[in-house]
Design a protein around this ligand. Structure first.
Ligand SMILES: [Zn+2]
Length: 316
């Protein structure tokens, strides 16, 4: 990947084929990062509409009658199907590898089961585990959580560098391990299990996070480092996620974000362990799409659409 602009203030790196160009930008004063994906502006975000009557909704490309014929294909000419879930490349990628997993056949299911979540996770693993990069599995549920499609879908991504938040937790977990000789996960479990924030789970504990990144943040701490090790844990993880989503619904939240943060497979084990985080979103209104989704809320790395150098050209 070529660094196209670097000085003492910031760094700009271009990536992607000409039909899907994107940039990684880093502010060298703060270390904060963003990505710019100009093609995503084509997603007609100005007409997002969630009608009260589902019959008024436009046809959905994630519904069973279209998902198998109208979504993009992997290089081998296939999509990945596990149970009800269907996984394929994202049409508007903002990562070096960016895949979508449609979770359910139902367009607007009353409830999403642990089985459906588990199968979707297997689809994400199948699409991402061969990648040596930093992987995350993510979910924006409903437009008020930043989803552009109502139909439930996860998004997996892999990149040569971690997202801003993933970079902090991975590198600080490693520094913690080097300093104390203990894995951060082990220390956290010793401290939190049986306490007021321990919701359930022993082998795979779910905790209300002590310093939440968002409303009712819950984290599940996995004993694994990278996506290739996730499969044996998908069942427990999916059961726990189903419980947390039910908790959110019971508390009046229909929208949520999820991110499962992994280390890069090609790195040495220096003590980081993967975790899955969920936050509830306030449902601000039934129409309109939030521009704050899993990248902004969970990875702390905004996806923007417009190059700063082009904003001057928009002046009236
Ligand atoms: Zn649909």
């Amino acid at each position: 990947m070529a660094t196209d602009e670097i000085n003492e203030l910031f760094q700009v790196t271009n990536y992607g084929p000409t039909n899907h160009p994107m940039q990684y930008r880093r502010d060298l004063l703060t270390g904060l990062q963003c990505r710019i994906a100009p093609n995503r502006i084509q997603r007609t975000f100005d007409v997002m509409h969630c009608p009260d009557n589902p019959d008024d909704e436009p046809p959905c490309v994630f519904c069973p009658e279209r998902v198998h014929s109208e979504t993009p294909l992997f290089a081998d000419g296939k999509r990945i199907t596990v149970g009800e879930s269907v996984t394929f490349p994202n049409l508007y990628p903002f990562a070096q590898r960016h895949v979508v997993t449609v979770v359910t056949e139902a367009h607007r299911p009353e409830k999403i089961t642990a089985r459906q979540i588990e199968d979707a996770l297997y689809g994400q693993i199948a699409a991402l585990s061969s990648d040596d990069g930093y992987v995350s599995c993510n979910w924006n549920s409903l437009p008020s959580a930043g989803a552009s499609m109502i139909h439930p879908h996860m998004q997996g991504s892999a990149d040569a560098a971690p997202t801003y938040h993933a970079g902090i937790v991975i590198h600080q977990s490693e520094a913690f391990c080097q300093k104390t000789g203990m894995k951060y996960r082990d220390c956290l479990l010793d401290h939190e299990i049986g306490g007021p924030r321990h919701l359930f789970g022993d082998e795979l504990p779910f905790f209300a996070h002590a310093v939440p990144l968002g409303e009712k943040e819950v984290r599940a701490y996995l004993p694994i480092r990278c996506i290739g090790e996730l499969e044996p844990w998908c069942h427990l993880l999916a059961e726990g996620m189903e419980r947390i989503i039910s908790l959110y619904r019971g508390a009046g939240h229909y929208a949520f974000n999820m991110a499962l943060v992994c280390d890069a497979a090609g790195r040495k084990d220096r003590g980081f362990r993967a975790f899955c985080s969920l936050i509830a979103r306030i449902n601000p209104c039934s129409t309109g799409m939030s521009d704050s989704a899993f990248m902004e809320r969970m990875h702390l790395e905004p996806i923007v659409l417009t190059l700063p150098e082009e904003i001057g050209g928009l002046l009236p």
